[in-house]
Write a protein that binds this ligand. Structure first.
Ligand code: NAD
Ligand code: USQ
Length: 385
């Protein structure tokens, strides 16, 4: 396969590019390095030092013997993206290239508008260009489990559900309610994908993925191949943050009651699942929805798991609930359906308790670097301010 990876410099994009290349697929990556700049903007940095894209590509060749093409550019620039798709002629395009932080999207009006523009323009560009250039290209678009919110019913894994409204029956788009401007942007992405799938007969996989944790995939065998790892209050996801807090002696920070429940998955399992979905595309002209997570935990359970792992490794770990900066349900029902990946034979390889120990071990050598960005850890971005 020839795969164009949009967002190839990111936490998921780089390890997916390595995995596809090592499996013998041709890979071209595109990124405008927006996440590097936005993390700097809030006074933080990746836990692991990040080589430039050019150095990354060189290191992938030197260590793994693979060729990855990499082009720096912004996919909201439609002529740049048109040229890339036209000249590269991919079988599939992976779309990761969005502003992906909920807190970043909630800082103020400018950050909200940037998030909506960047995410929706990039998705619309991709939809129209694939229609113009070759509608048979498989679009693998990364959405989020957070599109569904935390409803009091089992979350389906299908584009549409039967609903009875005012006594009459119809099919409606699976109900959604985001918890930030970022999550709302992903909801609008999904509406566009489902809508244009019908109008332009596109072949689409829309993945609803839970929060990812982890420092490694099987290709990350040397420091220069590492992917970015964020831990600050804006960009760090909860498991990754808790591991760094444990190392720095900061009490783990469940927000509010800590009963918020999500479907988590390791970086390795995410990359495995994405590769499987690329290698097993949906039927031509299908809009396929995939719920991608492996284990369901509350934030309180995650804190306990990280505390135990840290203590096993000789760290002194405490937990201190802090006022919730977000507006979200802190106790709720959560039972999402998951059948597409199991039907493709997918079995997770990692579990959170074991992986968290590996993460802490991987991060301990970088303690001095983490200390430098310590002030970016405690929550500051408030949904209501
Ligand atoms: P990331 O920020 O590390 O990667 C996204 C990459 O896209 C970045 O390198 C960024 O520079 C690039 N980018 C953003 N806008 C761009 C543009 N206009 N043109 C070109 N490049 C652009 O984020 P990630 O954690 O790797 O997430 C990848 C995707 O997966 C995102 O769409 C995110 O919403 C989704 N997702 C992530 C998680 C998670 O826990 N990390 C969970 C569910 C869904
Ligand atoms: N949380 C804490 N303490 C912390 C950090 C987070 O209690 O120190 C809580 C949050 O309040 C939230 C939950 O943990 O209830 C998850 O927060 P998160 O920061 O790990 O994840 P989130 O903001 O939802 O976003 C991340 C990614 C995003 C992806 C999403 C998947 O940044 O790109 O879409 O996970 S999901 O959560 O399913 O929407």
């Amino acid at each position: 396969m020839k795969v164009l990876v949009l967002g190839a410099d990111g936490y998921l994009g780089w390890p997916l590019s390595l995995r596809l290349a090592i499996k013998g697929h041709e890979v071209m990556g595109i990124d405008n390095l927006a996440t590097r700049r936005a993390v700097e903007e809030i006074g933080s940095n990746s836990a692991f030092p990040l080589p430039s894209p050019q150095e990354r590509v060189k290191e992938a060749k030197r260590i793994l013997g693979v060729n990855i093409d990499f082009s720096i550019g912004d996919i909201t620039n439609k002529e740049f993206l048109r040229e890339a798709i036209k000249s590269y002629k991919p079988d599939a395009v992976v779309h990761f290239a969005e502003q992906r932080s909920a807190p970043y999207s909630m800082k103020d009006l400018d950050h909200a508008v940037y998030t909506v523009r960047n995410n929706l323009e990039s998705t619309l560009n991709l939809i129209y260009l694939v229609k113009d250039i070759d509608p048979s290209i498989h679009i693998l678009k990364m959405g989020t489990m957070g599109e569904y919110g935390t409803p009091n019913f089992d979350i389906p894994e299908s584009p549409f559900v039967d609903a009875i409204v005012n006594g009459k029956n119809d099919k409606i788009f699976t109900p959604r309610w985001g918890g930030s401007v970022y999550h709302m942007s992903k909801i609008f992405d999904s509406y566009f994908l489902a809508y244009f799938n019908r109008i332009f007969n596109l072949t689409i996989t829309d993945i609803m993925q839970g929060p990812v944790y982890g420092t490694r995939t099987s290709e990350i065998v040397e420091e220069s191949l590492r992917t970015r790892f964020d831990f600050d209050e804006t960009w760090g996801t909860v498991v990754n943050r808790f591991c760094v807090e444990a190392i720095l002696g900061i009490p783990l920070t469940p927000y509010g009651k800590g009963g918020q429940t999500r479907g988590f998955l390791s970086l390795e399992d995410s990359i495995n699942a994405l590769t499987l979905l690329l290698e097993n595309p949906p039927k031509r002209e299908e809009y396929r929805v995939v719920n991608q997570f492996m284990e369901i935990y509350s934030i309180n359970e995650i804190a306990e798991i990280v505390k135990r792992a840290g203590e096993d490794l000789g760290l002194d770990v405490t937990i201190n609930h802090v006022e919730n900066p977000r507006v979200e349900a802190e106790e709720h029902y959560y039972n999402p359906e998951r059948k597409v990946l199991p039907a493709l034979g997918y079995k997770p390889k990692k579990n959170l308790a074991e992986e968290v120990k590996i993460m802490i071990e991987d991060l301990i050598p970088y303690k001095e670097r983490l200390e430098r960005y310590k002030t970016a850890i405690m929550p500051k971005t408030k949904w209501k301010s």
